[in-house]
Structure formats: structure tokens, C-alpha cells
Design a protein around this ligand. Sequence first.
Ligand SMILES: Nc1nc2c(ncn2[C@@H]2O[C@H](COP(=O)(O)OP(=O)(O)O)[C@@H](O)[C@H]2O)c(=O)[nH]1
Ligand SMILES: [Mg+2]
Length: 306
Amino acid sequence: MFERLRASLGKARATFGTIVRLGRTGAPLTPEFWETFEEALIAADVGVPTTEKIVGGLRTVAKQEAWKTTDQVVARFRRDVERFLTLPGAALDLAAAPAVVLIVGVNGSGKTTTIGKLAKQLRGQGKRVLLVAADTFRAAAAEQLTIWAERSGCDVVRGAEGADPASVVFDGVRAGKTRGADVILIDTAGRLQTKTNLMEELKKMRRVIERELGAPPAETLLVLDGTTGQNALSQARLFNEATQLTGAIVTKLDSTAKGGALVAVVDLLEVPIKYVGLGEAPDDLRPFVPADFVAALFDDAAAPVA
Ligand SMILES: Nc1nc2c(ncn2[C@@H]2O[C@H](COP(=O)(O)OP(=O)(O)O)[C@@H](O)[C@H]2O)c(=O)[nH]1
Ligand SMILES: [Mg+2]
């Protein structure tokens, strides 16, 4: 994972490299340092609010500890980022029987592909997995999910094109209970008409699940396209307002990814990133390991710059 991440985090790695180099000089702490530091974080897609929070915190510590050189700041910064990305509950909670996992996110973010990969992995662990095609917006969406289901030997429940997604969710949860599924993965449509519609649709699906299970979904995971940087952030904000998320999955980190955005996403959502997508094959969905991510971002394997 480390090498793949290293290669993909090109832009973010270059900007974080700027920071690393700033620290390696052991130069005195100056106002210019703080400015360059802040600019580098924003350039790495960390976003203005999160950048201000991070830099503000570091400035306070630097003052308290009477730090004299930039290396002290950068060392602390690296530790902070890793600690910041390490939230409890990073593993999927599949304790319920059946455990319902609702997957949300905009079109093209990688929801269906991620469900396909997850289904394959869970099948490999001997779990009975049911896929529910609640993306009824396009017939092709259910087709795509059915292909993944066939590949990994899972059942699939689908509705007619244009059917009410909540009714497909209802059928899916019912079927999952009857057939003794361990995990029910629900694929949803990602269209963002208006915030109100999105909220209503997600709420309705949640209500159906709660009514059928007597409990909310075990997981509601937001899938974000890692190549979209700040755009992913505004999507995250919208979905966070519309439903109660338990985690995020960031896909396409194998393409030119804006790594700093992951820091901003965690800051905004206050839920862990549970998986990252590093390609299109089933094994390319990996648990998110903050230490590996930070090492890749800070380019630990690169030759030290004097
Ligand atoms: N390179 C790469 N492509 C991905 C990844 N995840 C999804 N994709 C691709 O992104 C496109 C959209 O994925 P899809 O699952 O249909 O998105 P959805 O609309 O959210 O269901 C497809 O071409 C996928 O193959 C990933 O981790 N890496
Ligand atoms: Mg889809």
C-alpha cells in the first residue's frame, strides 16, 4: 500500500515535501516560515479552515514550548496529522445479523465498484452477502451491481428502473433477513438534485431499515472520489448534513490524488476513513492505515534533503 500511495499522492507529496524541507533546514522560526507552511497546506488541499486550525495549534505549542527552529514544528506537525487521522471505529462494524451497510455518495465517486470489492472480500471471509441495488435511477446501475454479485457469488435484490429506492431497500432487508444474510450492502443513487430531496430520500431509506431491523444501519459510509480535492469536501458537507455517517471511503487514490483533502474530510466529518480505493480490482480496496498514509505523504522513503 505504501508504494502505491507514494506514487499516487504526487501533488500532495510535493507540497508536503516543501514542508518537510522547511523543517530539515533547522532554520529559525520566522513569520515567513509560518506563511510558507500555511500556503503549502492549502496547496495540498487541506482546505482553509483545517489549515488554520492546524497552524493555529502549532503556533500555540511553539510559543508555549519556546521553540526556536522549524524542525520542531514540522516534527510535531507530522505526529499531529497521524494522530488526527486515527479515529476509533475504523474497522467495519458487522456485529449485527444482518449488518446493513448503506453506501452513499455522488455519481461516479465509486460506490458500486466499492460495494463489488467489499462483497468479494467479505465472501472470501465466508460471509453471506446480499447486494441491494437501490440506485434505481439508471437500469445500468443495477446491471453493474449484478455483475459484481455474480463474480463473487452473492445474491442481489433489484427493483425496476425508476422504482422508489426505499421500496427496494425494504425488499432487500426483508430478503436478507429471510435468507440469513450476514451482511447487506446497499447501493444508492448519487444524484444531487437538491439538498432537501437528498435528505428526504436518505431519511426514508433509514426509516425503512430501522423499522425492519429495529436498529439503524450498522454503517452509513460516504464514498468520496480522492481526485476531486476541495470538491469532495463540499460533497462531504452535504451528505454529512443529510444523514448520520459512520465512516468514509476515499477512492481513486491510485490516480493523481489530492491527499491533503483526507485530512480536511476527517476534520469535517469527525468519522474515520475506513477504506481507500487504490485501483479497480477487488484487492485494491484496502483498510486505511493512517501511519502508511502519513509516511507516503511525508515521503519518508525519499532521500533526505539537506
Ligand atoms: N482508478 C480507480 N478507479 C476507480 C476506483 N473506484 C472506482 N473507480 C472507477 O470509477 C468509475 C465510477 O465508479 P462507480 O462504482 O460506477 O461509481 P458510482 O457512480 O459511485 O457507483 C468506474 O469507472 C470505476 O471503475 C479506484 O479506487 N481507482
Ligand atoms: Mg453506481
